[in-house]
Design a protein around this ligand. Sequence first.
Ligand code: PEP
Length: 267
Amino acid sequence: MEKSLDFYFSKKESLAVRKPIVAGNWKMNKTIADALKLVEGIKQLFKDEQKVDVVLCPPFTALADVGEAIKDTELYLGAQNMHAEKSGAFTGEVAADMLRDLGCHYVILGHSERRQYFKETDEIVNKKAKAALAAGLHPIVCVGELLAEREAGRMEAVVGTQVRGSLAGLSANDMLKTVIAYEPVWAIGTGKTASPAQAQEVHAFIRKVLKEKFDEPVAQSVRIQYGGSVKPSNAKDLFHQPDIDGGLIGGASLEAQSFVDIVRGAL
Ligand code: PEP
């Protein structure tokens, strides 16, 4: 099945109609055989693809096989990272065109683990986002504050700087193809979820930053996911906040039933 890279809303619809998007970030988990078992489980359980974009982000080693397994479905393939350069002497790295070659439509950029362990800065994330867009990929750009930053009342300063820096120089058209994932670092893999009200507050703030950078229609059209210990039990409340358009899911995306239950929270 040819999956269109066209923007997700019909040109006839209002700019503010945002289709929810739920992505599973499998991180450094799953052999190819395990990845294929998970995909089969998801395919069997989930039948409402028209209503929510579902993106599977396996490790690089399983991208080709997972891509093959979902090619006749409406599930999308995403990668967890890429290099900003097109090609060259960057041992161990993978370029945007290579991900497109494998059938990827999305790529996660600037995940807090990349920022923390691999020292990725907003500048690096920005270069990667531009390279991804140039190759026809939709970047999922992650932002989020540390607990100490939140407690010091610096949440808006930190998230605002990350949004402005990571998205610097993008055209409005590029921005519309980009997804933002708000992931408070203190909620990732910790079991501590932001309350729906806490998450909504930051999502609304991110739209305010987008409005300053672009305009109201762009701010209202960009999809912003929440990520951080999303589970079947809290997904619906989070995803039904007015400025939250689905989620980026780590641990709970490694098991078909919990991932699909979370995806259903976005319906
Ligand atoms: C993530 O790593 O993007 C994430 C949200 O992880 P978890 O759902 O496990 O908190």
